[in-house]
Design a protein. Structure first.
Length: 190
């Protein structure tokens, strides 16, 4: 069983790279069945991204959840956490699109919790941005306000112009939704 799946996975990678490119879930399935858990989780992430790029969000969600399901059996490591963060972030985007902001918020929050301790600045920003976005979209502009302030604070520390602009956009959108034109104006000119 496992050995055969391992051989199929190796053959796919060696001789059928174009097929794996078009259908990454094939390799993910065989890596999973072969017990190559860490590589399988990364491959389910690829499969999820690939499906999402084709706007096949429900399929993407299924792939990403398979990847997340595998992570629990791996020992704690920075790589495992990084993969978990990436899976959660892609899953949250798919859930946001397919099922709405309330469905996405939990994945964004999980990603942010992990990213605060072991993520890159971009992962931390993307996760907090997602928490802000899903909170704001589900009608919680009062709850979104401290989140946009945190985003702004985070971007000021990173010295990254792109992130800083996104931070001001969040603060601007939150101020606009909360009916605070004075604050909103300040962020559009920042």
């Amino acid at each position: 069983g496992q050995e055969l799946h391992g051989r199929v996975a190796a053959a796919l990678e060696t001789h059928f790279a174009d097929l794996v490119e078009r259908q990454p879930e094939l390799l993910a399935h065989h890596l999973t069945a072969a017990g190559d858990t860490e590589r399988a989780a990364h491959q389910w992430l690829k499969a999820g991204r690939h499906a999402a790029a084709q706007s096949a969000y429900l399929e993407a969600i299924a792939h990403l959840e398979r990847g997340l399901g595998l992570l629990h059996s791996l020992p704690e490591s920075l790589d495992r956490d990084g993969c978990d963060i990436d899976l959660q972030l892609v899953l949250a985007v798919c859930l946001l699109t397919a099922k709405g902001p309330v469905a996405a918020k939990l994945s964004y929050m999980r990603a942010f919790d992990l990213a605060e301790s072991s993520g890159s600045p971009q992962q931390r920003f993307d996760a907090l941005y997602g928490v802000w976005q899903s909170t704001n979209m589900s009608g919680g502009s009062a709850a979104a306000s401290p989140l946009s302030a945190r985003l702004l604070n985070m971007t000021e520390q990173e010295r990254d112009d792109g992130l800083r602009l996104q931070g001001h956009q969040c603060a601007w959108a939150t101020g606009g939704c909360a009916g605070d034109p004075g604050k909103t104006c300040g962020h559009t000119q920042a």
